[in-house]
Design a protein around this ligand. Sequence first.
Ligand SMILES: NC(=O)c1ccc[n+]([C@@H]2O[C@H](COP(=O)([O-])OP(=O)(O)OC[C@H]3O[C@@H](n4cnc5c(N)ncnc54)[C@H](OP(=O)(O)O)[C@@H]3O)[C@@H](O)[C@H]2O)c1
Length: 260
Amino acid sequence: MSVRPVIVIAGIGNGTGTGAATARVFSKQGYRVALIARNADHLNKFTSELKETGGEAAAFPVKDYSYGAVTSVVEGIRKYQWQTPEKAEIRVALWNAAFGAWKPFLDVTEQEVHDSVEANFVAPFAFSRQIILAFQENELSELGKRGTLLFTGATASWRGNVSTSVFAAGKFAGRALSQSLSKEFGKQNIHVAHAIIDGGILTDRSLSRHSNPEDHKQFAENADIRLDAESIAKSYLYLANQDRSAWTWELDLRPAHEKW
Ligand SMILES: NC(=O)c1ccc[n+]([C@@H]2O[C@H](COP(=O)([O-])OP(=O)(O)OC[C@H]3O[C@@H](n4cnc5c(N)ncnc54)[C@H](OP(=O)(O)O)[C@@H]3O)[C@@H](O)[C@H]2O)c1
C-alpha cells in the first residue's frame, strides 16, 4: 500500500497568502492537505478550491489560537480518516498564523499583548507538540527523516523596530521555539526549519495596508519590491525535500530590491 503524505497548515487567512500558496504547491506534489484557520467560511471555500483542482484537502476550523483549541484540532487531524483506505502520515507541518500590531509602544493594548503571545508563541507551541508526537510515529522516509516542521517568520523575528514592540516580541518567541526544537529533535531525524520573510508579501490584506495610491500601485505591480506567496511556498517544498545530511534550520527570503 502506498503512503500518501499529509501536510498540516495553520493560518490560511482569506486564501490569498503564504498558507494558501503552500497548500496549492504541496497539493500539486500529491500531498493531502489538512488546513487549520479561524474563519470557517474562508477555510471551506479554499478547501473546495483545492478539491476542484484535483487535490485531497480537509478543513479544520478553530475558534481561536488557544493552547486547548490548537491541541484538539491537531489531535483530530492525527485521527482523521481520509477518503481512500491507504495509510496517511503527517510528514510536513507549517505554522503560518500570526497576530501583528504595528504601533508605538505606549499605544499597545493589553489585549494586543495577549493576542501576540497567543498566536505567535502559545499556539505554535501546542501545534509543535502534537506534530512532533505524530512525527515520532513515522518510519524514516527516503530522505532519512521522520518529518519537517516549518515556521513562517518575519523581519520582526530577528529585529525589533520603532513600531514592533508587541509583534517582534511574539515573533522572536516563535523563532526561539523553532531553534530549540531543531536542536532537540534533530537527533530523532525530525527537521525543524524557520523562514525569515524579510519584506512584504503580496496578499489582499497587505495590499489593503498601502493606502497611498502610488504605493498601492507599486506594491501590486512591481514584483521586485514584494514577495510572491507562491515563491515562498516553493522554498518550503525545497526545505521539505532536503535530506538529513544537509538541512537548513533558518532560511531568509526577500525580494530583489528590498533595502535590507
Ligand atoms: N504579509 C506580509 O507582508 C508578511 C511579511 C513577512 C512575514 N509575514 C508572515 O507571513 C505569515 C502570514 O502569511 P501571509 O501574510 O502570506 O497571509 P496568510 O497566509 O493569508 O495568513 C494570514 C494570517 O493572518 C490571519 N488573519 C487575521 N485576520 C485576517 C484577515 N482579515 N484576512 C486575512 N488573514 C487574517 C490569518 O489567520 P486565520 O487563518 O486563522 O484566519 C492567518 O494567520 C505570518 O506568519 C506573518 O507574520 C507576512
